[in-house]
Design a protein around this ligand. Structure first.
Ligand SMILES: Nc1ncnc2c1ncn2[C@@H]1O[C@H](COP(=O)(O)OP(=O)(O)OP(=O)(O)O)[C@@H](O)[C@H]1O
Ligand SMILES: O=C(O)C1=C[C@@H](O)[C@@H](O)[C@H](O)C1
Ligand SMILES: [Mg+2]
Length: 172
């Protein structure tokens, strides 16, 4: 396997944290989830960070963590669903790492909503139509800024992680 780190991107709930962790375990690599790191630093869940400190502070912390970690070698990073909205984050990840986009269809994502709503502040207070609009808007960013795209519909977590590990072995 090459030296570069791998970065998982995709919409909220696509499985970046779950699959990133499992891929790291299978490869014996170090794993960092940027949302979890920020929660540890602030000692509070993301919803509370957004409410008490604000999204801007969260985004600044997200950017500085990712830009400082992206150049480290041979680790797996899962970034938050909004991280690639920031130019500097996209640029450093695309130039220093291998970026893997986890995609799922809107229909599949809707089935997962109940697992997400409580812990994702950007979904709270939105109608399903507004969520779909955000989903479609974000797809454009992920679609234009990745090295590999993985379609996850109808696959379980083990199947997705195994296919990624196989792919990474092939591409080095
Ligand atoms: N392929 C899958 N099949 C079924 N459930 C899944 C799959 N992938 C993830 N999940 C479930 O969906 C939920 C969200 O997954 P996860 O937290 O990994 O998403 P995420 O991409 O990290 O989201 P966020 O951007 O908000 O951090 C979890 O409960 C996880 O178990
Ligand atoms: O898509 C987003 O903007 C977000 C996704 C989550 O991973 C968290 O980073 C936070 O809830 C914001
Ligand atoms: Mg996550």
């Amino acid at each position: 396997m090459g030296e570069k780190s791998f970065v998982f991107i995709g919409f909220m709930g696509a499985g970046k944290t779950t699959i990133g962790k499992l891929v790291a375990k299978k490869l014996g690599s170090n794993f960092v989830d940027i949302d979890e790191e920020i929660e540890k630093q602030y000692q509070m869940p993301i919803t509370q960070i957004f409410n008490k400190i604000g999204e801007k502070a969260f985004r600044d912390r997200e950017k500085s963590l990712i830009t400082s970690l992206a150049e480290h070698k041979q680790q797996i990073l899962s970034v938050g669903g909004g991280a690639f909205l920031q130019d500097e984050v996209r640029n450093v990840c695309l130039s220093s790492c291998i970026v893997i986009y986890l995609n799922l269809s809107w229909e599949s994502w809707k089935q997962r909503l109940s697992l997400l709503i409580e812990s994702r502040p950007l979904l709270q207070g939105k109608s399903l139509d507004e969520m779909e609009e955000l989903f479609n808007k974000r797809q454009e960013i992920y679609n234009s800024n990745h090295h590999y795209k993985i379609e996850t519909d109808n696959l379980d977590i083990e199947e997705i992680a195994d296919s990624i590990v196989e792919m990474l072995k092939l591409v080095g």
